[in-house]
Design a binder for this molecule. Structure first.
Ligand SMILES: [Ca+2]
Ligand SMILES: [Ca+2]
Ligand SMILES: [Ca+2]
Length: 304
């Protein structure tokens, strides 16, 4: 539901630290976990050892024990790790670290050597909705098909920590319409931007809010039992709903959720499924004066 108020997102780091009483504690914690000499650096510490990531993926990494190379872009003061992302098509690409508590920065560059990089987009802490989103970074850039972009994740200060990068392409989603629902598999994630999604005539409200930018998924239960759906790591205030029925006009709600708890704006629900029955899942966004109601969506299905 309610996201971080807009003024808090735009204040500078010093002011933010004053607002957050936990800041000094966090700084102390960073000092305590400062890397000892000779600790193993992450495998993608060096620019030349960049790890590949793709749009529609979630990547887990860490800046702990990472180092800096000469001529690196000076976005943060700590160590960096590197990724390469090859644009599959022309269009905008969005990268976020919203599910990250560590204070890290995110940059996208072109160029094949660390001393000749051109910044395409950089972000320190534009913020993400919900608790823990204060240090979230978000970049978006217009990509050219076939171009390899270099993505640097740098600790702002100190060691940084573990992070998650979600990458999506801002394209018209193939599963915008109920009839074109995308298949969900147990134990897998579906990662897509909802930005260009829309609502259909006769579409029900999802988790109590009018349908606006919904994506549809379908799930055929492989056995009878309880399953869990969650949207953690999404970059926006999500709504999630599960239905039975094979058309928009005969849907029966099975379960729905706006916020998993009072500390988050991501959604989480469990539902009992019957073997062989097809369930339809809607992902939508909570639109408010300071939240757009769309972004990088992550839907995870698991056995409960
Ligand atoms: Ca490095
Ligand atoms: Ca839709
Ligand atoms: Ca929500």
């Amino acid at each position: 539901m309610k996201a971080l108020p807009a003024p808090l997102r735009s204040v500078g780091r010093v002011t933010l630290c004053r607002l957050l009483s936990t800041c000094s504690v966090a700084a102390l914690a960073l000092l305590l976990v400062a890397p000892p000499a000779l600790a193993a650096a992450p495998r993608n510490d060096k620019f030349a050892k960049a790890r590949e990531i793709r749009v529609g993926s979630l990547t887990v990494g860490t800046t702990v024990h990472a180092t800096r190379e000469r001529f690196e872009p000076a976005l943060g003061e700590g160590g960096s790790v590197w990724y390469r992302l090859r644009a599959p098509a022309n269009g905008d690409i969005s990268l976020n670290t919203c599910a990250t508590r560590a204070d890290i920065t995110l940059g996208a560059y072109t160029g094949s050597a660390v001393k000749s990089l051109s910044a395409v987009a950089e972000d320190d802490l534009s913020g993400c909705p919900g608790r823990g989103g204060f240090f979230g970074s978000h970049v978006r850039f217009t990509a050219q098909a076939g171009t390899t972009y270099r993505i640097g994740v740098t600790a702002y200060r100190g060691a940084g920590g573990r992070f998650q990068i979600v990458a999506t392409s801002i394209a018209t989603p193939s599963n915008d319409a109920f009839a074109a629902a995308r298949r969900l598999l147990v134990g897998k994630r579906a990662i897509q931007s909802t930005e260009l999604a829309s609502a259909e005539v006769n579409e029900p409200r999802h988790a109590g809010r009018p349908a606006a930018k919904s994506l549809w998924f379908r799930f055929r239960a492989p056995r009878t039992g309880r399953f869990r759906l969650a949207t953690e790591a999404s970059s926006f205030d999500t709504l999630l709903a599960v239905y039975r029925g094979n058309s928009l006009t005969n849907l029966q709600k099975v379960a729905a959720n706006d916020d998993a708890n009072k500390r988050t704006v991501s959604s989480r629900l469990t539902f009992r499924a019957t073997k062989g029955i097809v369930y339809r899942v809607a992902l939508d966004g909570f639109k408010s004066s300071h939240a757009g109601g769309s972004g990088d969506g992550v839907v995870t299905l698991a056995r409960a």
